[in-house]
Ligand binder design. Sequence first.
Ligand SMILES: Cc1cc2nc3c(=O)[nH]c(=O)nc-3n(C[C@H](O)[C@H](O)[C@H](O)COP(=O)(O)OP(=O)(O)OC[C@H]3O[C@@H](n4cnc5c(N)ncnc54)[C@H](O)[C@@H]3O)c2cc1C
Length: 461
Amino acid sequence: MLMKNSLISDLKKNIPPCNVLEKLEERYVYAQDASNSKEIKNIPDAVVFAENIEQVQNVVKLANKHKVPIICRGAGTNVVGACVVEHGGIILNFSKMNRIININKENMTATVEPGVVLGKLQQEVEKLGLFYPPDPSNLAVSTIGGSIAQASGGAKSFKYGTTKDYVLDLKVVMADGSILQTGASTIKNATGYNLNTLFVGSEGTLGIVVEATLKLIPKPQSKKVIMAYFDTVKEAVCAVNSIIEQRIFPATIDFMDKNAIYTVEKFYPAGLLVDKEAALIVEIDGFEASMKYQEDVITDLLQINRASQIQVSHNEEEYNKIWTARRSSMGACAKLKPNVTTDDVIVPRDKLADLVLGIREICKKYNLDVCMVGHVGDGSVHPQIPIDYRNEDEYKRYKLAKSEIYDLTASLGGILSGEHGVGIEKRPFIDKVINSVAINYMRQIKKTLDPDNILNPYKIF
Ligand SMILES: Cc1cc2nc3c(=O)[nH]c(=O)nc-3n(C[C@H](O)[C@H](O)[C@H](O)COP(=O)(O)OP(=O)(O)OC[C@H]3O[C@@H](n4cnc5c(N)ncnc54)[C@H](O)[C@@H]3O)c2cc1C
């Protein structure tokens, strides 16, 4: 208690006191994130809203002095417990460091503070005819800092890649308070080790991102979404492979299974066809002149692969309606039971059907409902399982199913996360897919950069 009081008083001397939260009820709010863990094991000793780099450095200095962890926080929407407070410490919140510092049209780059909301950055660059493609489904709230730390992807990863493909340079406050610059504002960089990729996906365990320079690309002239329904999951998955085999690269190939379609339609009616087993959401984009050609080729392929119904968006309203429905799936699934869990497993694309059908079998075996969505063009599947944590038996079955889903993924040559990260939720399982030599090197990197284990300790491993 004494230690906590002196930490708070030190923080208030170095940070505007209105940006330091110390009341129990205020701190309690920041103990959890969107992983929706069953238990709250600990709460932060303090919550600090940083306004600039110097304040971040002050917080690091004090964390070292008091030997307490720092857990960075953007919007807290990661779903793996990457912001969960296990060992007390300081939640360092970036919602007040949310300036878009510069959008450089000529270089096609944007330099931003970590608290900038992803959807806001997209809107601003699009006004200039530019495009920042990473688009996690909750882009309306998730932040650049959080999406860098989790290596976020999204529907458009299929054509455009994920966050790691757009980070050119980061300013990072290290565990000793120094500032490291990972790259440069240039499009190419072969000058030394690639430190950008070290920090992207590091879940706040290696350093604190205080500024990011991101690559932008030209905004596609036109876009359209095609929603195709299928009477079997297998047909839907075969259609994905068939599109890819033709070397056609739509912007997205996303998937919803019957339960996901039904649940979204129940809670957020959008005119989805609830009698179908599966749907693919295929977005095409590019030059206006190419749109008709792309649409024709893809609808032909979908029909050849037995799509039983195809809807095409004809205007922005119809486009948004389809995407809003797809993006609402987790929210809709959360209405089925008091809790919802989501996962993120990914396999080589040719194993996709085995993964989707296997997950269904596993959930059936453990008598669990599952709504499946995914960025299937990448081989990535998000099984969303509604659950009531108060039901111990159901929770036990869920844990067994989760472990079996990971075994299945590993057996298919896949990995445990393509875009959500590891956090604490997947920590016990990473040795199923990462070899022990690699884990040892990862631990050594952590120890070198953060010898006192101040930065988001014990996340990932
Ligand atoms: C409904 C829903 C849908 C989602 N859909 C997708 C999807 O389609 N694709 C996808 O990839 N993800 C998805 N996610 C996961 C989530 O959106 C991403 O992980 C997100 O980008 C995290 O952003 P955030 O600002 O909420 O970060 P937070 O959850 O606040 O933090 C995430 C991690 O980043 C660290 N961190 C935050 N800021 C910094 C910083 N400045 N420096 C260093 N570390 C920092 C935190 O310590 C933590 O480890 C979804 C989540 C939800 C709830």
